[in-house]
Structures are given as structure tokens and as C-alpha cells.
Design a protein around this ligand. Structure first.
Ligand SMILES: *Cc1c(COP(=O)(O)O)cnc(C)c1O
Length: 393
């Protein structure tokens, strides 16, 4: 349907900033410089200023950023890396690719970020790194995590793919940008992320000069000087065209964030009287930049939440409002990552969340009409399904 609300709407955003984007892309075409070059350097500098970090190292995507960060730390085969299971597969994937062992931990059931009590339980002699994921757009409990990192002499890589622009405030009242607090921060510029380009892109950040040098070399075939390869690296570059797009979009990032927050506030207000759902909960130490607006359907009586969610989504879809489940299967139960240590029921909070979460349309171009449509469609579908359950039809 023409009036459907889109889950993500990159085209309308492009139309709004078209003249600047087209000019930026045309300039790269005119320059003939497509890999690295001026635009990539300028973008890295501008992102350094925005995040208040010393070094931004652009690379090919967010998964590579995680891989390059891990490679820079020079760990040993079999070393353990703590990572949430309720997230995108990228972290576990690069951990395994490099021969390390992912140790999965629970998330907090309200914020969906790494659970501190479970994290502490899972630290062992072989633990080397903690990867908190700032899931859906709000920061994990960085102060607690960094204290643990210090106490146990570990490293911390903040996966900031969904939370660029989020701010964390510690107990002294100091504020930090997401991704700027750990040993490394990493992000993705995948089109649907809060700072997205028109293809693939990513970056890692650090305040450590030595690690920055190493990461830069690794992203460039392990060379500082052309054709002199000091360490094993990989080939991971940001295209100049993407950098030019990102330079335009970075200028709008705070405005884009506010637009997302406004939509979230509208949803919160519209859904607050519905019994049996949990709307996004934001801790006071972090802002939320809403890469996703994710609700939880609460268990009540003997309803099968997963089945309820299936019918709810179908009803919403009929009224022209799409929804997505992030994430339907936890990483520890994926065929590729099964291990004896993490069988079914080993992470109950995570496993329950995969059955009961639902993300609603969220992007920078949702207006009042669109947001109203989402709230109304959700409420109607939800009430319809509730009645359906009661009368068992
Ligand atoms: C998108 C995403 C990544 C991976 O980014 P790509 O650019 O797709 O490789 C990693 N972690 C999280 C949490 C993500 O959302």
C-alpha cells in the first residue's frame, strides 16, 4: 500500500538531503580518487572530533572493525572473550574466526545490554576481553564494566554499531560518547544504522596511540610502508564515495537522533496504557538513540508468547505497519556456535527475549501521521489478538 509506514525509509531521507549528497558524490567522481584519499581522512578527523577520541580508523564494515580491534590486541588461541548472546552474530563470528572462544552472557531484561552479575560470574583465568554491545541505541553499564576490566586486567571493545551518538554519564557526572570509553570502540555504517552510508562501511576508535597504529596497519595488509608487510593484516577500506556521504550525514547526526527520539517518545506515550507490554526502558546513565524501538510482550497466563507475537505481527501487517524481530534466535543456540557450555536454557533471559521482543518502525522520516498510524495499528492488533486468545480462536 502506498500509505504504509516503512520500517526503515532511507529514500525519503536521501531526498531531503539530496543536493548535498549528490554534490559530495559528484566531487569524488571528479577527483578520480576512490580508495582512501582526502575524503576518508577528512571524515576520520570529523568523526574523531564528534566522538572526542584521538583516533578513528575507517574500514570496510562493522564486522571488520570488530575483527581488526581483536587482531590488534594480540591474544592467544583459546583465549576467552565475553560477549552477549542477545545481539547480532558479528561479535561471536570474528571471535571464532580468529580462534578465540566466545563466552556468552545474559543481558539485562529491561535494557537488553550486558548483565553485570552474569558477566562477573563468567570471568575465568583465560578471559581477555569484554565486548559490551550498546544494543538498540543505549549504552551498557560502562562504569561497572570498565571497573571489572581494570580489576581483572582485561580489554574492552564497545560494539557501537547501533548507538553512535549516544552519551554515557558516569557517577561523577562526566559525559562520554558511546564507543569512546573502551580500549576500542567499533561501529558500522551499514545504510540502516544511525550513521549510515550508501553501501558498506565501518570504523574503529581508540585513544591509545600504539593500538591505533597497529589497527591501521592491520586494516591495510599489515603494512606501514607499501609492500613491506610487518604483521598479518587484512584488506579493509572505506570507499571515498562512502566517506563523502558520511561527511554529509555526520553533520545531520544529532538532528537525526532527535527525530528518532521524538518518534520513540510518541510511541511511549501512545502505548503506555496497554497492559502486558514493556516499552523501551532507558537507564539514567545513558541517552538512547533508538536504532531500534523494541518492546517486550510480557508473559501472562498460559499464552505462548512466540505464537502471540506471530499473530500480532500478521495483524499489524494487514493494517500496513511492518515490524521486525531482533533477534529471533540467540547466538549461543545458532548451529554454528553451539557448545556444551551453552545448551538450551543456559541463558533463560536471552532465550525469553528472543521469543517476546518486537521492533516497531523507526527512522528519521516518520512524521506525526506515521507515528499515529503505528500506535493505532499496534494497539488494534494487540487488542484483537488478546481477545482471540481469550476466546481461543
Ligand atoms: C550491524 C551490526 C554489526 C555489523 O556491522 P556490518 O557493517 O554489517 O558488518 C555488528 N554489531 C552490531 C550490534 C550490529 O548491529
Amino acid at each position: 500500500m502506498k500509505n504504509d509506514v516503512k520500517f526503515v525509509d532511507l529514500n525519503s531521507q536521501y531526498i531531503r538531503i539530496k543536493s548535498e549528497i549528490d554534490f559530495a558524490i559528484q566531487s569524488v567522481l571528479n577527483s578520480g580518487e576512490f580508495i582512501n584519499g582526502i575524503e576518508v581522512g577528512l571524515f576520520a578527523n570529523e568523526l574523531e572530533k564528534y566522538l572526542k577520541v584521538k583516533h578513528v580508523i575507517p574500514c570496510a564494515n562493522g564486522t571488520d572493525a570488530l575483527q581488526i580491534a581483536l587482531m590488534s590486541l594480540e591474544l592467544n588461541r583459546g583465549d576467552e572473550i565475553i560477549v552477549p548472546s542477545f545481539t547480532y552474530v558479528a561479535c561471536a563470528e570474528v571471535i571464532r574466526l580468529l580462534g578465540y572462544k566466545p563466552v556468552f552472557v545474559e543481558v539485562d531484561s529491561r535494557t537488553f545490554t550486558i548483565s553485570i552479575p552474569d558477566l562477573v560470574k563468567k570471568i575465568s583465568q583465560r578471559t581477555k576481553v569484554i565486548i559490551p554491545v550498546h544494543l538498540f541505541g543505549q549504552c551498557a553499564q560502562m562504569e561497572e564494566i570498565l571497573k571489572i576490566v581494570k580489576d581483572y586486567n582485561l580489554y574492552c571493545i564497545e560494539d557501537t554499531a547501533q548507538a553512535i551518538g549516544a552519551k554515557y554519564t558516569n557517577s561523577n557526572g562526566n559525559t562520554y560518547m558511546a564507543g569512546s570509553m573502551g580500549t576500542f570502540g567499533t561501529t558500522s555504517f551499514f545504510p540502516s544504522k544511525n550513521l549510515g552510508c550508501y553501501g558498506d562501511g565501518g570504523a574503529l576508535f581508540t585513544n591509545d596511540d600504539q593500538l591505533a597504529k597497529r589497527a591501521k596497519m592491520i586494516a591495510n595488509h599489515g603494512q606501514k610502508v607499501k609492500y613491506i608487510h610487518e604483521i598479518v593484516g587484512c584488506n579493509s577500506r572505506l570507499d571515498s564515495i562512502q566517506a563523502a556521504v558520511l561527511r554529509v550525514k555526520l553533520k545531520y547526526l544529532n538532528e537525526f537522533t532527535k527525530a528518532r527520539q521524538k518518534v520513540a517518545e510518541f510511541y511511549n506515550n501512545g502505548l503506555k496504557d496497554l497492559m502486558g507490554i514493556q516499552t523501551p526502558f532507558t537507564e539514567s546513565y545513558t541517552s538512547h538513540v533508538f536504532n531500534q524501538y523494541t518492546i517486550v510482550i510480557e508473559q501472562s497466563g498460559d499464552i505462548n508468547v512466540e505464537e502471540f507475537r506471530y499473530h500480532l505481527r500478521k495483524e499489524m501487517h494487514k493494517i500496513g505497519v511492518p515490524s521486525v524481530v531482533y533477534y529471533p534466535v540467540p547466538v549461543h543456540l545458532q548451529a554454528a556456535y553451539l557448545s556444551k557450555q551453552f545448551l538450551k536454557n543456559s541463558l533463560p533471559i536471552t532465550e525469553n527475549l528472543t521469543k517476546s521482543v518486537l521492533s516497531l518502525p523507526m527512522h528519521t522520516e516518520i512524521n506525526r501521521l506515521g507515528a499515529t498510524k503505528v500506535v493505532n495499528a499496534f494497539s488494534a492488533a494487540y487488542n484483537h489478538c488478546k481477545v482471540g486468545i481469550k476466546t481461543k480462536i
